[in-house]
Write a protein that binds this ligand. Structure first.
Ligand SMILES: [Zn+2]
Length: 58
């Protein structure tokens, strides 16, 4: 599963996958800086991460 570098769905740049990448992890595109969620590792599927306003529940 080392063949094929995932492409950023936003700008089509190659996205460097962390060696210890896990499903549902968020990574960012080095090219455009957008946040991507790893939907699947085999095959690698990336989706734009939803812009979530973190609410820490005060
Ligand atoms: Zn990008």
């Amino acid at each position: 599963m080392t063949d094929g570098t995932p492409l950023c769905p936003e700008c089509d740049a190659d996205v460097d996958m962390p060696l210890d990448a896990m499903e549902n992890e968020l990574i960012s595109c080095a090219e455009c800086g957008i946040e991507l969620e790893i939907m699947s590792l085999d095959p690698i599927e990336l989706e734009l991460a939803p812009e979530v306003e973190e609410d820490w529940g005060e």
